[in-house]
Design a protein around this ligand. Sequence first.
Ligand code: ATP
Length: 321
Amino acid sequence: MIELSHVSKTFGDATAVDDITLRVAKGKLCALVGTSGCGKSTTLRMINRLIDHSSGDIILDGQAIEQYDPVKLRRRIGYVIQSTGLFPHWSVARNIGLVPRLLKWSATDTTARVEELMGLLGLPVEEFAHKYPHQLSGGQAQRVGVARALAGDPDILLMDEPFGALDPITREKLQEELAKIQSRLHKTIVFVTHDMDEALRLADHLVVMRDGRIVQQGTPLALLQHPHDPFVESLLGGLERGLKQAALTRVKDHMTSLGPTLPAQSRIPADFSLRQALSMMLRDHCDRLTVVDQNDVPIGELSLRRIVKEAQWDRTSQRES
Ligand SMILES: Nc1ncnc2c1ncn2[C@@H]1O[C@H](COP(=O)(O)OP(=O)(O)OP(=O)(O)O)[C@@H](O)[C@H]1O
């Protein structure tokens, strides 16, 4: 668990981070969002002591970070940055194996770990192990960056705009993969991003910052339902807020049982989102869908009326259920 309590950071006269308090529970992903220069990266870098905080307390697993040796601390915390930070003259395999080697794992264990992570990140060993960073696409390099951060099996992962430089399709794919990896590995992750959709999609806990301060924090759905002020509301997408909320809400949580009437022709899987349901209704010119399970067997129905009437959806979300 990561706890920041009344933490500030000043550079000379300038305050980059101003009295922030936040807690990231073990195994959860906390996203920091906000306008440029609001202190997101500084917050992240204080957690692995790349920057020392000026005041307040930062506690990792019950111990103040000053009590950890900075070098050992950084080996325990995975760190992924936008520019990947890969060593250009090292092969992919050597880059990924960096921390296990520093941790003095045996050569056999290191190789096994590198190969395991390459598999997890969709990088076939025969194709990529011996390539160099300049021979990789942006998406591939970013996968190597994530694999390298996971290599020492850290409990904590700090990710600073990890997918910021990628095209939207590659970005979405990597977001999907990170969500999948996270559902298996349950790392405690702090994730900095400019992209609110990315934050809404990945975060268990969302922190909105402005001018070094936290202006609101909570679950993505809680913020979408009750933004504190116009700044948070505009960051969350203003008028698009309803659709973003629908994207976080699953069909199965709002379907009704099959009625006596003929089932609707259009079918939607129960684990799709209400946003996808709305899109399907628009595409198929209908206001009712048959909800099906993984075997395409009808298990309920969903009507437009129900979606609209229940616009104040409860807090059930894809990530919480
Ligand atoms: N080493 C430093 N020396 C002086 N000022 C700094 C230093 N690092 C950051 N700052 C200042 O602290 C403030 C917060 O910077 P930070 O990089 O944390 O913001 P950010 O929210 O991550 O921004 P961006 O989204 O643009 O990356 C900025 O005003 C920045 O200029």
